[in-house]
Design a protein around this ligand. Structure first.
Ligand SMILES: [Cu+2]
Length: 197
């Protein structure tokens, strides 16, 4: 049977032409389709999440980008309007940043798994614990990293909590990374609801 010249557009997929093709052409069509799918997956990049940071009055003061890496999640924070000095930063379990001092954001991610708070705690850390950030002049530009969380369902478990929603909170003071329940980090001064892409 002669091969019909392919006259359709590339979209929709050439798979639609398969019933009229000989086996060799079918294989080529499927290979092409798989190639397109692989290309699309590559272009999509690693799993990620974003958040807009707001202060206690709801004003926008920055942004957060989470990007899945090989062994953890890179967390990039841009913020303004902070008091100069150290600030505790945590991932909290609820994706709600309400005008209640951000209590609506709930506890740290992983708090209910019975481990202690703090990166220096022998019984910790909780999955939402992160290093502090420092602001010299009220602004902050920092990259943090956590191997206790993931945005990839295939990597969840085995010590990595899957982030499906939640928030990132900046506290008014430094987290000492060992005392309970939040390392003395004090009030919640900024909050961003995580939107997982
Ligand atoms: Cu916190």
């Amino acid at each position: 049977m002669p091969v019909r010249p392919y006259s359709g557009s590339l979209y929709p997929s050439p798979i639609l032409e398969v019933p009229n093709m000989n086996p060799t052409v079918s294989i080529l069509a499927v290979s092409l389709a798989l190639g397109l799918l692989a290309g699309a997956a590559e272009a999509a990049g690693p799993p990620s999440a974003t958040a807009q940071l707001v202060n206690g009055t709801g004003a926008a003061i920055g942004s957060v980008v989470l990007t899945e890496g090989t062994g953890g999640v890179l967390i990039e924070v841009e913020a303004t309007g902070l008091t100069p000095g150290w600030h505790g930063v945590h991932l909290h379990e609820m994706g709600v940043c309400a005008a209640d001092g951000f209590k609506s954001a709930g506890a740290h991610m992983g708090h209910h798994e019975g481990v202690g708070h703090g990166l220096l705690n022998p019984n910790g850390p909780e999955a939402g614990d992160l290093p502090n950030l420092y602001s010299a002049d009220g602004s902050a530009h920092v990259q943090l990293f956590s191997d206790k969380v993931t945005l990839d369902p295939a990597k969840a478990g085995l010590g990595r909590l899957l982030i499906k929603d939640g928030s990132l909170i900046i506290h008014t003071a430094r987290d000492d990374q060992s005392t309970q329940p939040i390392g003395g980090a004090g009030a919640r001064v900024a909050c961003g609801v995580l939107k997982v892409n």
